[in-house]
Ligand binder design. Structure first.
Ligand SMILES: Nc1ncnc2c1ncn2[C@@H]1O[C@H](COP(=O)(O)OP(=O)(O)OP(=O)(O)O)[C@@H](O)[C@H]1O
Length: 257
């Protein structure tokens, strides 16, 4: 079973430890959230898992694959996709075009093989379109599919960003603040989508999210970072009752189970 294992990861930037000896496990099929105050190291950890940063020490494994020094595109090929906090979309292209492009870039056919195996390449293209249409339906983006992404409401753009990651057919989906800047209704929709991604597609989810109410509602397991160190881990109920977590958040935000 492909589980994500982060083992004793330290990440140093010019003398500053963004992460210090962080270890965590993400079991298959769970929603695991990483929380912590601003600057705690959450995005740095996600960057290490997705290959944008490489740990100074420690190891990261996904199933049989060693991610520690792998490049982002290699890690995507292992079934790990990421939806970015700052949207990675082409604003002038439609929703469908963005998703097709993402899928096409991932499952690229070389020019030579396209010429030699035209039938296979066009069959693949038809399959890509069908797959993307399925994601558009799943993420309820039908009415927006032909619109340039830049003209859509921000909450819809965030949904397209998650859809973009899903077109890569991930086994592990990394979500970096997918609800940032959303209103209550948009957040409720996103919560429903994340739960369906887990339930209907069996995708494992690692979530970074500042809305602790949402985190405590949907997570199977929560890890808490503070100043680059893991200070607590457990179920939402365990973590929200942990005095170290409450201390880390004191003055910042109320914890709600
Ligand atoms: N490329 C970098 N170069 C230097 N320092 C960095 C770099 N990336 C992150 N850091 C530092 O690492 C620490 C952790 O930052 P990180 O963005 O991972 O925290 P975070 O928990 O995601 O914060 P936020 O909730 O505000 O997004 C911070 O002190 C940050 O300044």
């Amino acid at each position: 079973m492909p589980q994500l294992h982060v083992e004793n990861v330290t990440l140093t930037f010019g003398g500053l430890n963004a992460l210090t000896d962080v270890s965590l496990t993400v079991p298959e099929g769970e929603i695991v959230s990483i929380i912590g105050p601003n600057g705690a190291g959450k995005t740095s950890l996600l960057n290490c898992i997705s290959g944008f940063y490489h740990p100074t020490r420690g190891q990261i494994r996904f199933g049989e694959h060693d991610l520690t020094h792998a490049a982002p595109n290699v890690i995507t090929g292992y079934g790990v996709a990421r939806a970015f906090q700052n949207l990675e979309l082409f604003r002038g292209l439609s929703v469908t075009e963005n998703l097709l492009l993402a899928r096409h870039t991932h499952l690229r056919y070389g020019l030579l093989s396209s010429l030699l195996y035209y039938g296979r390449a066009s069959r693949q293209e038809a399959q890509n379109r069908a797959y993307v249409e399925g994601i558009i339906d799943f993420m309820e983006l039908e009415e927006h599919r032909a619109h340039p992404v830049g003209t859509l409401a921000y909450g819809i753009q965030k949904r397209v960003e998650v859809a973009r990651a899903l077109t890569l057919a991930p086994r592990l989906l990394l979500l970096d603040e997918p609800m940032a800047g959303m209103n209550v209704e948009e957040k409720e929709d996103m919560v429903r989508f994340i739960l369906d991604i887990k339930r209907e597609h069996g995708v494992t989810v690692v979530l970074i999210e500042h809305d602790l109410g949402v985190v405590m509602d949907i997570s199977d397991r929560v890890y808490v970072l503070d100043f680059g160190q893991l200070i607590a881990a457990g179920t939402p109920a365990q973590v929200s009752a942990d005095p170290r977590v409450i201390a880390a958040y004191t003055g910042a935000q109320e914890l709600s189970a």
